[in-house]
Design a binder for this molecule. Structure first.
Ligand SMILES: Nc1ncnc2c1ncn2[C@@H]1O[C@H](COP(=O)(O)OP(=O)(O)OP(=O)(O)O)[C@@H](O)[C@H]1O
Length: 235
C-alpha cells in the first residue's frame, strides 16, 4: 500500500463544478484553487447551499469537476476510472457522517472490520485485532461486542471514526460529524480529530459550529461557491 504523504494532501486547481438544472447551468463551485497541507485539521464552513458538500464530494472523488483538476495525496483523481477510484477511495479516505451510518445488524467490531473486508487491505487473520486497536484508539474498546443501538450518540460517532480509520487512510473527511451531538460530546469528538491530525492524518471537517473554531489549524470559508477566507489557499 502506498503510504507516502505528500506535502499538500489536497490540491484543487481552477476547479468549477456545474450542475445542469431545468433553468440552465448552475455553478456550485466557481474557479476554486486550494491547497491543504498534509497533517492539518481543517474546517470547511459556510451557509447552507454555499458548496461545502460539493467540495467534499470532489475531494473524495464522489463527483468530478466540470473544469480544473483535483489531486489528493499526489493522485489526480479526476483522471481515474470508476473502479480505480473506488479502490483508491477505500484506502485513502476515511469518511465520517453526521448520522454515523453504522450498520444496525452488525456489532461495533464487525462495523469497524467492514472497510478491511471491502478493500482486502489487511490479511483476514489480522482484521479483528486491527479493528480492536481502532476502537481502543477512539476510547470505546469496551463497546466492541454491542450493537450500534446500545451506544450513545457520541459512542456511535467514535465507532464511525474507528471504522473510517480501519484502512489507515492518510485523509479523513467528516460532514457535520457533531451536528447530532451535544456540545460537550462534540468537543470530545473534535479533540479526537485533533489527535488524528497530530498523528499525521489530514482531517477535513464541514461544520456549522463556530464555537469550535479553536480546534482547527485552518478554516476554509465558502460563500456562493467561492472561497472567501483561508490561509491554506495559494494560487
Ligand atoms: N446534484 C445536484 N444538482 C443540482 N444542484 C446541486 C446538486 N448538488 C448540489 N447542488 C446545488 O449546489 C449548491 C451547493 O450545494 P452543497 O450541497 O454543496 O451545499 P452545502 O454548503 O453543503 O449545504 P448544506 O450546509 O445545506 O449541506 C446548492 O445550491 C445546491 O442546491
Amino acid at each position: 500500500m502506498n503510504k507516502v504523504q505528500h506535502k499538500n494532501a489536497i490540491e484543487l486547481t481552477s476547479v468549477t463544478k456545474s450542475f445542469t438544472l431545468a433553468s440552465g447551468s448552475f455553478q456550485a463551485l466557481k474557479n476554486v484553487t486550494l491547497r491543504i497541507p498534509a497533517g492539518q485539521l481543517v474546517a470547511v464552513t459556510g451557509k447552507s447551499g454555499s458548496g461545502k458538500s460539493t467540495l467534499l464530494n470532489l475531494i473524495t472523488g464522489i463527483d468530478k469537476p466540470s473544469e480544473g483538476s483535483v489531486s489528493v495525496n499526489g493522485v489526480h483523481i479526476d483522471k481515474l476510472s470508476e473502479s480505480a477510484l473506488a479502490s483508491w477511495r477505500g484506502r485513502t479516505i476515511g469518511v465520517v457522517f453526521q448520522f454515523f451510518q453504522l450498520l444496525p445488524t452488525l456489532t461495533i467490531l464487525e462495523n469497524v472490520m467492514l472497510p478491511m473486508d471491502f478493500c482486502d487491505s489487511y490479511p483476514k487473520k489480522d482484521r479483528k485485532v486491527r479493528a480492536l486497536q481502532q476502537l481502543d484508539r477512539v476510547g470505546i474498546l469496551d463497546q466492541a461486542d454491542k450493537f450500534p443501538s446500545a451506544l450513545s450518540g457520541g459512542q456511535q460517532q467514535r465507532a464511525a471514526i474507528a471504522r473510517a480509520l480501519a484502512n489507515d487512510p492518510p485523509i479523513v473527511v467528516a460532514d457535520e460529524p457533531t451536528g447530532n451531538l451535544d456540545s460537550q460530546t462534540a468537543s470530545s469528538i473534535f479533540l479526537l480529530f485533533a489527535s488524528l491530525a497530530h498523528a499525521g492524518k489530514t482531517v477535513i471537517v464541514v461544520t456549522h459550529e463556530k464555537e469550535f473554531s479553536a480546534f482547527f489549524e485552518n478554516t476554509i470559508a465558502i460563500s456562493d461557491g467561492v472561497i472567501t477566507n483561508t490561509s491554506t489557499v495559494s494560487a
